[in-house]
Design a protein around this ligand. Structure first.
Ligand code: NAD
Length: 365
């Protein structure tokens, strides 16, 4: 199979889908790998490092898409990339089609095969811990007085209280946020509606200034909160919120909200996704940080984690072809989004109220 490693075009996005180590493994398995020039620049991987393991560097995205069968990326396909798509392509990236009708329309119109990497991670996406860790750190930085934050120190010193933080959602991202905040000395409460998630966090952070509770406990913590980090995996069909616009009146004006989940009016009613170029805004007077590609700030680690997670799927895809590989590997199949103009990803079908075929029926057909 001819794989193409595309350069990301989203502003401030330094990640690359495959590093030279994974490219070498694909080449050793008999595949060809094309890499768009400078794709690995911000992840510490020069063109020469890819060439050293046998990849061919191509100068432009047009040449990459023109020659490769499977395009491997990190971020969704953006409008400037639409014209590069062809029916014969397999697009393997974090497509996030559910809330992106434009992209869904384009993928279906072109008739290419779409594989959503974000659906495939059996042990949670490798980006989540990084997003939680970096998002919490950024939230904490915004708590410093010059940024309008509370001015509490993150360490409990001189008899004063350390920064008080609540992390909602204790999955991969939430545990990452707790790890960073408690390591620095903050007083942290983790809330999750899943007893197993609370138990895991309790054990992991037993020696820190940390406790857990049900999500219903959020209301009672609002009045003396410095930092709220949202890491809940939000059910996008829900129309209610865990923190409503009205709830913000119960908080201090200096509250910082670091919304890692970054769902538009999701768990946090006042949230809307932002970028590293313009990461924050005020709503109801409260500072919000809602960057939707937080791991893009640590591309060296993020690329390594993502590339290692993708490699087994790419090897299987290259060996068997897309549909046999999906029939053999349920985790790969979870990402099957569209094939030849037909929508397969149920969440996208439901949210966009458009026709889709159930995965099992499609693979059996
Ligand atoms: N901003 C970014 O760059 C970035 C990067 C990676 C992940 N994310 C997002 O972060 C979010 C979390 O990802 P994850 O991998 O940690 O998810 P996860 O599935 O591992 O964990 C989510 C947690 O939320 C909890 N939860 C779900 N509904 C809840 C509710 N109503 N109340 C309380 N708890 C609830 C679950 O029990 C679970 O423990 C996702 O939305 C993901 O898309 C964002």
């Amino acid at each position: 199979m001819i794989f193409g490693v595309a350069r990301e075009i989203k502003p401030q996005e330094g990640r690359v889908s495959l590093l030279p180590a994974q490219v070498e493994t694909l080449i050793q398995a008999g595949h060809t790998v094309l890499v768009e020039s400078a794709a690995g620049k911000f992840s510490g991987a020069k063109d020469s490092a890819y060439e050293a393991v046998g990849a061919k560097i191509v100068p432009t995205a047009a040449e990459l898409y023109g020659s490769a069968e499977t395009i491997v990326k990190v971020k969704e396909i953006l409008p400037p990339e639409y014209e590069l798509l062809e029916q014969r392509h397999i697009i393997f990236t974090n497509l996030h089609t559910a809330l992106n009708r434009d992209l869904t329309d384009k993928l279906l119109e072109v008739g290419c095969t779409g594989l959503s990497a974000e659906e495939m991670h059996q042990f949670g996406t490798p980006n989540s811990p990084l997003a939680g860790e970096v998002g919490a750190l950024e939230g904490l930085r915004l708590c410093l007085a010059p940024h309008g934050g509370t001015g509490r120190h993150f360490l409990p010193q001189y008899g004063s209280t350390a920064t008080k933080a609540v992390v909602i959602g204790l999955g991969g991202a939430g545990l990452g946020a707790v790890r960073v905040l408690t390591a620095l000395g903050c007083s942290v409460v983790g809330l999750d509606d899943h007893a197993g998630a609370r138990y895991k966090a309790d054990i992991q952070f037993a020696d820190r200034n940390f406790s857990t509770g049900n999500i219903e406990g959020l209301d009672s913590l609002l009045d003396d909160l410095d930092l709220l980090v949202n890491c809940v995996r939000w059910d996008k069909t829900r129309t209610d919120h865990l923190l409503s616009r009205a709830d913000l009146a119960k908080t201090k004006e200096t509250l910082v909200i670091a919304d890692v989940s970054c769902d538009e009016a999701g768990a946090i009613e006042t949230s809307r996704p932002t970028s590293w170029e313009h990461p924050t805004y005020h709503a109801e007077g409260r500072l919000h940080f809602v960057v939707d590609n937080i791991p893009g700030a640590v591309p060296v680690a993020a690329s390594a984690g993502y590339a290692n997670a993708l490699l087994p799927f790419l090897l299987e895809l290259g060996e068997k072809g897309v549909l046999p590989a999906c029939r053999d590997n349920a985790w790969l199949a979870r990402g099957l989004t569209c094939v030849a103009g037909e929508l397969i990803l149920r969440e996208t079908g439901l949210l966009q109220q458009r026709d889709y075929r159930e995965l099992a029926a499609f693979l059996a057909g």
